[in-house]
Design a protein. Structure first.
Lengths: 204, 204
DNA sequence: GTCTATACTTAGATAGAC
DNA sequence: GTCTATCTAAGTATAGAC
């Protein structure tokens, strides 16, 4: 019994450290991006040595893959937790607002678009790809519902809507507005939603 | 006289090679991005040695800066060459379509958004910053005209419109549509314009 | 499992011959 | 000005002591 509890305690500590590593990785990825993030950065941020880091994740690709999977899971959880009866378009708006708020606080979702290198790396990560496909099928359903109910433009192919939507979660305009405009976070989120769903054109 | 013409001939050859270098750089940047592009890549693509490359550009930053400046100049030229009397919103649409077509053909404009690293590097390049500011002031005028004439949403801050617009020129949705959808180039361009100006929402 | 110290590789930049 | 050959720094990954 004492051995068992000791083991599970060790396991718990291991899990906790793993969470700390993924937190650090996510934050560093958000600020420096994949290529500039070094394993030294991560180890130092967590307060462990590099070899210890490699005990948890066998490579940089592995580590970043795990961080990205956690983000996708976060999105899936958010979708799951949504109040029933929310209109499809409101679901899309809420999810985008959630992602943008995380980004504005330095938590970055959705790195894959930044470079072909990173994209190919993630494409080789089977577990990651499976999560993305799962999220994507859920999103596809929501978009089709929204089109059927006349909330989204039904003339646009579903692919176009989905990719345009995903691209908004990592839109560089967010960082530029944060840097060069005096708008606060919530105003930036609202503006991005407005631009995404209503476009730049005058509606009249 | 013969010396002078010989010199100017040499100068011409030098300029030609410089153009070839910038072409290669632009193409490689478009496919691999800044971090993965090596000076060896560029030298090999042009068919010269690395030290020769360094005779033209004193560093990788310098080289990429020059390539980006040429792209901005292309945009400025395109604006300049526009037929007079074109409505402001049509100018914006034409310029965006022009940029997207270049991207679809592997010519990439507007790298700066890809990472903070690249952005900071370009920010240190005075010549580049000056060109960007010049382009930006022209764009600002067009956007304000469009708002005044009721073509663009006047409720949105000019900054929001400009950054959202710039972001569309390097929208990752373009690459995803190119990769995963069966849409041809022109349909992608039209879809992106539609999404940019009218948004995803149903217009009714 | 954790650390110190180190091997290996890549890529930016240059010395020196021609 | 161009090349071959090389320097140097950085960063991924690991060997081996504790």
């Amino acid at each position: 019994m004492s051995i068992l509890s000791k083991l599970s305690f060790k396991d718990q500590a291991f899990k906790l450290r793993e969470t700390a590593i993924l937190d650090a990785t996510t934050a560093i990825l958000a600020s420096k991006g994949f290529d500039l993030m070094t394993m030294d950065d991560v180890a130092q941020e967590v307060g462990i040595s590099k070899p210890s880091l490699y005990k948890h994740f066998k490579s940089k690709e592995d580590l970043v893959g795990a961080a990205m999977i956690r983000l996708i899971d976060g999105a899936l959880d958010y979708l799951e937790a949504m109040p029933a009866g929310l209109s499809p378009i409101q679901q899309l708006k809420d999810l985008l607002a959630w992602a943008l708020r995380i980004r504005l606080e330095g938590g970055m979702p959705f790195l894959p678009s930044t470079s072909t290198h990173v994209r190919e790396m993630l494409t080789r990560n089977l577990k990651y790809v499976m999560r993305v496909l799962k999220l994507n099928s859920k999103m596809e359903v929501i978009v089709q519902q929204a089109q059927k109910q006349g909330q989204l433009n039904a003339a646009l192919p579903v692919d176009v809507i989905l990719f345009a939507y995903y691209a908004r979660t990592c839109d560089p305009a967010v960082e530029y507005l944060q840097l060069y405009s005096k708008l606060d976070h919530e105003t930036i989120v609202e503006s991005m939603l407005e631009v995404c769903f209503s476009g730049l054109k005058n509606q009249a």
